[in-house]
Design a protein around this ligand. Sequence first.
Ligand SMILES: Cc1ncc(COP(=O)(O)O)c(C=O)c1O
Length: 364
Amino acid sequence: MIRLIWPYIQYEDVEQAFREIFDSGMFTRGQWSQALPRAVCAYTGARYAFNATSATTALSASLEVLGVGPGDEVIVGDFSFPASVNVVEACGAVPVFADVDRETFNMLPEELEAKITSKTKAVMFVSALGNPSGLLQIRGICQKHGIPLINDAACAIGSSVDGQKVGSIADIACFSYHPRKLLTSGEGGSITTSNSEWARQLEIKLLHGATVADGKMDFVTYGYNYRLPELQCLMVIKQIEKLDDIVRRRIETQQQYVRLLQPAGYQSQKHDAGVVHNMQSVVFVVPNGVDRDGLIDHLAQRDIESTIGTYCLSNTSYYKAKYNSVQPTALWLEQNTITLPCYDGVDAGLVAREVLAYTEGKGN
Ligand SMILES: Cc1ncc(COP(=O)(O)O)c(C=O)c1O
């Protein structure tokens, strides 16, 4: 089976340190839990980082420290995994869907401008499939209006804009360590910010709502346990060490697909000049007339895993029924994109041959 992604970590990478963790009996809140935020700060350039159990919990905690709640609106890039909008809905705010660029798949600046109201409490820019293109323009608009910007960077660790790593560009960024991502700990996530007040509040929220003075906890608000255990923190640290290399190899594989598929009309996800896209997902818009779902089935029959690009959030059953605000480009992308396998050693030539065989035969 050719899978979509294969983790960039082997047991040997962690064996010795795992043994030490077992010997120490410290499975949480030990040296690795403390080391992970330092590693994430050092890599991204953010001043503060926090561990979380997933990008979803990271995003939830971020919305909370921004004070987002009932009566507020949050503008969300519409081409994403539903977690991006679920966290907004879950805190009682109204999600406002912003349509995306047909080439980068990211929130359009003019859509954001048009959808800002006096109720806009935050903007959620999704780095779609790891691509941070447009983030600087969106940040400029947010700054002009004094609105905090969260980057749903679940897919974007290792990406950068003009040499600045994702994680230090928006006011707050949230990463995922799910196995479909470049770094994995099974489940997990991180939050980064360079704002000291939000960092102070995050620290409290993520410690059950407690401050600590002289070794004593004072529960000054309600809070959560979104802690990532020692074994998971260690796994992420081991992969951050080789992240730039992982990104470089993924870009090479994506370029190989582009060379093979572009002549047949497959359009790759584009990125702006100055952007390094980590290629968390290698996604193409299929040519006119090609039945995308038929292509996914064709590949599956040949033991090649593929999937849609991602979702049009406003067209998912719940949000469509509740807000009736389907965004046309995000919908078009959901219907016309395909994600192809990418990992070290993937036979991209074989995958591309099967894609082309389908394209030339059935479905167009
Ligand atoms: C853009 C985006 N945001 C959020 C999430 C949720 O991440 P997690 O599974 O770590 O909660 C995902 C997961 O695929 C995602 O792609």
